[in-house]
Design a protein around this ligand. Structure first.
Ligand code: GLV
Ligand code: MG
Length: 307
């Protein structure tokens, strides 16, 4: 099964790896996935201790079917190699993916792939099981996004990093996840989001939207999430319990759309096999093979969400 439907990631919870209280709270939230952060939510002086906290939290378990990931530091720092070695040697069997931030070229992903393979071999772990989520967070990452997406079979997702992206473009705004003030027509991030989505889909990867930092503005979160969900994104980071329910709802089809998609699949299956027809009417709607494919996308997302 392709990565686009194999793991549900409607809501991806960001959890500071240095905060055992937040980690504990995360266990009880109804998110599809989470990442324990060793990067920007952890102060430089806490980086060492956070690695041990993260290893202990993964091994303790209680994650209840969630996709378990850790965000390591980016490759311009002195921390990355030790993050990977400590976390995978210490808790590789309890880890699904590593999130690599600020990926600017394919060699970053290949480096992580090779290091993971060595650690897996040396520790008797299944080689290739741990996936990679590549964060695209600046112009260089975006212009190289096709190569990054294709750099390793371990890559499962491309993740948009709006805060770093806005900073790297010199955007005149401080509100992450919202439109920049003064930009009137359309969506200022449409090109970036679509470019990433193309690279993701061309390589059978999931596309994940990044954080919305105004955590008290649930309507704002819904608006921002609704835009990327409409494009086809698979999910979005959530930073607070108030965003979890909205994320799970917005990135899944509505019950009505899901039921309709299953109806289309049944009707079209009947048409092609029993009636031997390639086009058929369902009520006022004409269906053909392309309709079946569209319905399969909606039905796949609905089934993954347990509708
Ligand atoms: C996330 O990492 C971001 O930069 O928005
Ligand atoms: Mg970032």
């Amino acid at each position: 099964m392709s990565a686009t439907v194999s793991r549900s990631r409607r809501s991806v919870l960001a959890v500071p790896g240095s905060n055992p209280r937040f980690i504990d709270k995360a266990r009880g939230l109804a998110v599809d996935a989470f990442f324990l952060d060793l990067e920007d939510a952890v102060a430089p002086l806490e980086k060492d201790a956070a690695r041990d906290t993260v290893v202990a939290a993964l091994n303790e378990g209680g994650w209840d079917g969630k996709v378990r990931t850790v965000r390591v530091n980016d490759l311009t720092t002195e921390w990355t190699y030790r993050d990977v070695i400590t976390v995978v040697e210490g808790a590789g069997a309890a880890l699904d993916c590593l999130v690599l931030p600020k990926v600017t070229e394919a060699s970053h992903v290949r480096w992580l792939d090779l290091l993971l393979t060595q650690i897996e071999r040396a520790n008797g772990l299944e080689v290739g099981r741990i996936g990679i989520e590549a964060q695209i967070e600046d112009a260089r990452g975006l212009v190289n996004v096709d190569d990054i997406a294709a750099a390793s079979p371990r890559v499962e997702t491309l993740v948009y990093g709006p805060a770093d992206f806005m900073a790297s473009l010199n955007m005149k705004t401080l509100v992450v996840g919202e439109q920049p003030p003064g930009y009137e027509p359309g969506d200022a991030y449409h090109y970036v989001l679509m470019r990433m989505l193309m690279a993701a889909r061309a390589n059978d990867l999931q596309a994940i939207d990044g954080p919305y930092l105004q955590i008290r503005d649930v309507e704002g979160f819904r608006r921002a999430a609704g835009r990327t969900a409409a494009l086809g994104y698979d999910g979005k980071w959530v930073l607070h319990p108030s965003q979890v329910e909205a994320g799970n709802e917005i990135y899944a089809p509505s019950q009505e759309d899901y039921d309709h998609a299953e109806l289309i699949l049944d009707a079209y299956e009947h048409a092609t096999t029993v009636q031997r027809r390639g086009a058929v009417m369902l009520g006022d709607e004409m269906l053909d093979e392309a309709s079946r494919k569209m319905a399969l996308v909606v039905a796949g997302k609905g089934r993954a969400a347990g509708l």
